[in-house]
Design a protein around this ligand. Sequence first.
Ligand SMILES: Nc1ncnc2c1ncn2[C@@H]1O[C@H](COP(=O)(O)OP(=O)(O)O)[C@@H](O)[C@H]1O
Ligand code: SF4
Ligand SMILES: [Mg+2]
Length: 364
Amino acid sequence: MLRFFTIPPQIMALPWPNKLQPYEVPMAPLLEVRNLQTHFHTQDGIVKAVDGVSFHVNRGETLGIVGESGCGKSVTSLSIMRLIPCPPGHVAGGEILFDGKDLLGLSEEQMRHIRGNRIAMIFQDPMTSLNPVLTVGRQITEALELHMQLSRKAALTRATELLDMVGIPSPGKRLDNYPHQFSGGMRQRVMIAMALSCDPELLIADEPTTALDVTIQAQILELINRLRDELQTAVMIITHDLGVVAGMTDRVTVMYAGRVVEEGSTKAIFANPRMPYTIGLLRSIPRLDEQERRKLTPIRGLPPNLIDLPAMCPFSPRCDYVQEACLHQIPHLRAVGPDHHAACLFDITMNTPIPERRAEDMLL
Ligand SMILES: Nc1ncnc2c1ncn2[C@@H]1O[C@H](COP(=O)(O)OP(=O)(O)O)[C@@H](O)[C@H]1O
Ligand code: SF4
Ligand SMILES: [Mg+2]
């Protein structure tokens, strides 16, 4: 979803030929990640956890980042927050433009102001970000006093409102509870309330529902959706489960082995995936929109080790469509439709029959 702004009157008043056309001009993205590279130096070698990743998030939109475990999703989000543990990790290259400014060039002090204030993050396990020895109320009011300069009393009132907004019953009373006195789903709600306490422009949700059971998962996703609409917060939701992003994102970026392998509108990704990895992910989840029941087929094998990846398609050892050419080059993203890119050498779709010959035969 593109947001637009109108050309200001002082520009409209300029004499021709300086006058711009009276069209609306697309706004720059809120977040633009360009060619991000994040590496970890380990005893076994350099882990290229994120290897040339680019994507953007527009204001008010929801982007899904999808991929199996270990493909670099969390390292991408921690790089944006400048929270990569160093050593062993470091951002080896690229730019992270937030509202036009490269976060990688900011001082730690400037970054502290952005974190929590303008970009907030929620994690899979709320216990890792909630302090077990402070009441939930104190944790929320502390952030409000620090970032929003609210008085203690105003912070308490706002904290009650926030808990109410995320659907916690009797919010005034629950302020005095400690995190362990909340259920898993309620703790996740508390963390969302904390993340939203300072009206961030961007919310990064890293596997926010992975630890929750299915009904609670649906409630939390619904909550994130509702808050996004009410507060106009842009959301970047990270998950290993394509099903999670189906109903709530505008666009999807698919990651594999530290790289972006497909990107497009959610509609295009679900209706016409063009990278065999995305096709594999879709074949492994049940779909409500299908006429006939179909066998669910998981992707065989495991993602590759990210140390010394050979110069071949990283998905080739697992790909049903692998050909000789795939073993000699790294496919780059190429346009496969309007605003739709895929990193595959061939024009493969959901309807391309899987060749009889097994991929392993190619590699032996
Ligand atoms: N502190 C670390 N030291 C070494 N390797 C790391 C570290 N953190 C992450 N990695 C590696 O980076 C890769 C990507 O991890 P991550 O971003 O957490 O994956 P996910 O997509 O599951 O979120 C993995 O191979 C992981 O082992
Ligand atoms: S480039 Fe080859 S191995 Fe890689 S996804 Fe496409 S068909 Fe499969
Ligand atoms: Mg992760």
